[in-house]
Design a protein around this ligand. Sequence first.
Ligand code: SF4
Length: 170
Amino acid sequence: MCLVDEPPKVTGTLIWYYYICQREVWLMAHELNPEHENLFLELGRLIHEGTYSRDKKEFTFPGMKIDILQRREGRLIIGEVKKSSKTTKSAKMQLAYYLWRLEKMGLQTKGELLIPRERKRISIELTESLRIELEKTIEHIKKIVASKNPPPPVRSRFCRKCAYQEFCWS
Ligand code: SF4
């Protein structure tokens, strides 16, 4: 069993954001801090100097951040806790990514998406169709991140609470 896999370039966090907003995936992957006063200048520098692809070693976020790890009936259970089911698709794919990564390390695991406020517990197995979707998503995230410019903003229900709202829409 190999417990060391390759350093992640696509992280669970980016998988999560992919299903929220692809522009946010790019901004986060390039470590553009929405609190930064000179975000426009910073973005301009990164795009025009083309430095981001060479100089940044890894993304800010670790590849995996598992909320709960349990052994139940001889099987490892990976739990992901979320506040609401409004982002179930994102959470499901993030969890699928963890299962996929752990499988690559030789660990057979099962996922559980937990939404305590709604008293929900959703089981996630890495099925073949989920694996295919995940692998396509990973490839697409790589393309988004490697792109020189962020994807254009697309207004959605997530913009209202997004930290980049001012940057995208002012
Ligand atoms: S404000 Fe909207 S378009 Fe801009 S990054 Fe956030 S979610 Fe995406």
